[in-house]
Each structure stands twice: as C-alpha cells, then as structure tokens.
Design a protein around this ligand. Sequence first.
Ligand SMILES: Cc1cc2nc3c(=O)[nH]c(=O)nc-3n(C[C@H](O)[C@H](O)[C@H](O)COP(=O)(O)OP(=O)(O)OC[C@H]3O[C@@H](n4cnc5c(N)ncnc54)[C@H](O)[C@@H]3O)c2cc1C
Length: 475
Amino acid sequence: MKDIVLIHRNVRMFDNPALFHGSKNQDYGVVYLYDQNYWQANGKSKIQLNFLFDCLKDLDQKLKEKNSQIHVFSGNYLDLQKWIETHFSESMIHANHCTDVGYFRDDFNGFRDHFLKKEKIKLYSDFGIQVKAPNRDKWAKDWEDQMSKPLLKEPYTNQYINKIDKPLKPLNLFLKDRQFQKKKNSSFQSGGSDHAYILLDSFLKERCAGYSFKMSSPHEAEHSCSRLSPHIAFGSVSIREIYQKLLRELEISGYKKDLNSFKKRLYWHCHFIQKLETEPELEFNSMHPMADELRQDANNELIEKWILGETGFPFLDACIQYLRNGGWINFRMRAMIMSFASYNLWQPWQKTSPLLAELFVDYEPGIHICQVQMQSGVTGINLPRIYSVLKQSKDQDPNADWIKAQIPKISNMCLDKIHNAELSDMYFEKLVDPVLSAKKARETIWASRSNIEFKKIAKDVYLKHGSRKRQNARF
Ligand SMILES: Cc1cc2nc3c(=O)[nH]c(=O)nc-3n(C[C@H](O)[C@H](O)[C@H](O)COP(=O)(O)OP(=O)(O)OC[C@H]3O[C@@H](n4cnc5c(N)ncnc54)[C@H](O)[C@@H]3O)c2cc1C
C-alpha cells in the first residue's frame, strides 16, 4: 500500500485534501482511529460520536464505489504509529490539519513529528486557519486565499485491494460490534454529506429569508439558521464549498442581507478556531490571565441544577431542555445559558464549559471555548454582556408557547408568572435573584477591568487574538 489516508474530522469525499492527494497513486487505505479516551476528553460526548458514525458510514459507502473502504484502528496514535512502522513503514501518510482539544493534540503531535522526521507524512490545510506563524494582520487575506482555491475532486479509484488485517476492522464490522444503531425519529441531526447538501441548498435558496433577525429566537432559528454546524465540525461538507456556493448565490439572491450575515459567520468560524490554534492553553486558562482570579470556587450543586435545566427560570430551563433533546440551540440562547452560569451563578467557566459542550452535536472546541470565555467576560478584549433571562423570555417567546412546549407541566400557568419566574412552589426554586446577582457581577467585572495592569495585558491579548476587521476593540 503506497498511501494511508487518516480521517479524523473531515469525513467527506469531495474537497478533502488528504483523501484526494492520498488517492493519486491509486493504491491507498483509509483509516479512522477510534480512541475511547478521546471521546472522554474535554467536552466530547456520545451524541457527537453518533453523528460522526453517521458521517463515517456515508463516506464508507461512497468509498466502496471507488474500490476502497474505511478501516477502523482502535487505540491511540502511538499504537497506530507502531502498527504502521511494523506493517507499512514505506507508506506515505496523509492527514488534514485539525484544531482540537489537548488530548488529541498531544497524542497526534507525537505521531506527526515521528513521521515528519522520516518524511513520511503530508499535512493539509482545511479550514481557513494559519497553522505556521499565525499573524492576525494578514489573517483575513489568508482566509480569502484559502476559501478561493479551486475545490478538489473526489478521490481516485483504488486499483489494488490491500489486505488489511487485525487490529484494523472494516467500519461495518466495527459498528456492528458496538451495536451502533441510530434511534428512529430522533430530534438529533443526522450526519453525512447528503444531509449537509440538502441543508445547504435549502438554506441558500429559501430558508435564509429573514435569517438575520429570525436567528435570535430559539423557535424560529430552528428552521431559519443553516443548521450546518455539525456538518462543518465533522467535515461532511467543506467550508470552502459552502463559501463558494454562497458567493454564487449572493449574485442572484433576493436575500442579500441575510446571506451577507451568514457570510460573516463563516469567517467568524475560522477566526475563533484560530485563537485555540494559536494558544492551546485557552482550553484551561482565560484569555486574559488576570480574569482567572475572578471566580475560583465552584459550587457543584448549582452547576448541576443549571446543566439539568432546573434553575427555576422557565425560559432558561426550556432552552436547556430543548438543547438536551436535540443537541442544538441558536447562538443567542447559548450565550444566555453561559452568561447565566458565569455572571448570575458566578461559576468558573472551566467547570461549566465541558458540561455544556457535551450537549452540542456540533461541538467545535475552538469556537466553543472562545465563546464561553467571551460570554464569561474573561477575554479582556470584548465588552462584557450580561443577558437578562427575564427580558429574553419576554422578547423571544412573548406568548410562552415555546416554553410550554418544552416544559409541559407549567402549561397552565399564567403568562406573567412564567416570564417573571414567579411560579412559587409549582416549579423549581430560583437559584439566585437575577437582578442582584447581575448587578454584583457587573460591578466586579468592571472593577477588575479598570485596573491599569489589566488594560496593559488586554492590549497584548488584542494583538494576539483580536480581529483586525473590528474597529471597536475596547480595553
Ligand atoms: C457559548 C457558545 C458556545 C458555542 N459553541 C459552538 C460550537 O461548539 N460549535 C459551533 O459550531 N458553534 C458554536 N457556537 C456558535 C453558534 O452558536 C453556532 O455556530 C450556531 O448556533 C450553529 O448553528 P447554525 O449552523 O445553524 O448557524 P448559522 O447561523 O447558520 O451559521 C453558519 C455557521 O457559521 C459559524 N458560526 C455561526 N455563528 C458563529 C459564531 N458566533 N462564532 C463562530 N462561528 C459561528 C458556524 O460554523 C455555523 O455553522 C457557540 C456559541 C456560544 C455562545
């Protein structure tokens, strides 16, 4: 076997650099590494794994038409390294770069460096991320260059059948052993490129109508947002393909404002991931180091009630129930859920972030961790925003129909009581006074920001991570 293509989170046939280049000699094997410990790492969960299995199944079927298939290697990258050295030491390895949690980075980097020394691995860019020498001043241009490159075709047909034995298993046998079977009628999104293309086309043509304002309501966003996030996270469609289709649609669309809003977000996607790529310690430390002194003690009881949606605030609890049932919620509600944990409950984001991430099918560590930090006021370069759960309740669900659908046991309660979280002994007790807790949080955060040393460090943070497109950075 001349080439080994490693699949991690780019599970697609089309515009997949590792798969395309790895298939050129037409003598290749495709390997997915399954590491149980990775799936227990920061924020990873079974619902994400199930989505990935959908994507792998889809890719496996398509690869069979190219006389190829996916083999699963169970173990870590060191185990895989030994196996390759023993059986395929002359093969060239192909992999797409991926910004992921520390567990993956530490594991993969050892493997990568080993084969780099022997010139037996080729790494490819996928997202618009600067991997070598990150430089924010030329970031936007690099992103445009990456997104404008021609799309790569499907892989070439394999001309050789390679006999790959234990410990590798064909994907279908691996899934059978794990008794992987998706529940029918699940509200969780299904993985695979076919689903991604259906979402992309319906969004660009019709569903985007009103996207720029409908995205704020959890109810309307379900249909009006693209819902591409898990597909982008697991790579069942390339972000470059989405971007290029979007540009073509923008020329003819009657929904230019909405599509321009969407375009900005594709850029933000990589802008956020770049932060974790540049500074992997952000997984554990606040972007502004002084902010880690703010919240040092965790209250596990409060955190548990928060993540189970038992805070006593119906709208917030409804959002969490909705998220738990389907693995997705819109941006504003994610921000509110996080803001409540960090400001009102005053809990350290390092404790709450993984619990929330586990509920998202689309968990993308670079976006999630940086957004969590933003919504906790610990970046030093973004203005703190404390969401009022009572105001959001009235604004986003005036008749409380959506809240009642998520929490049927309060469907007979009066509207005002639901919005003001005054359900007394009919519902969970409120964990905090929302107004007093927000006031205290605001005062504490602003007091820390007024410190001269804080401002000095914030400038360095901006130089490293701040978007140069934004004119209103405040220190
Ligand atoms: C606390 C918190 C955690 C988050 N965690 C994640 C996460 O783990 N994975 C994730 O993909 N998004 C995350 N987001 C960003 C955003 O909420 C989701 O991208 C969005 O809701 C996904 O739905 P969609 O694909 O329909 O989005 P659309 O509105 O259709 O946007 C299209 C794509 O743009 C990107 N995007 C959209 N909004 C943002 C944003 N604010 N920042 C960066 N990229 C963005 C995503 O890739 C998204 O799929 C988080 C936001 C917050 C506040």
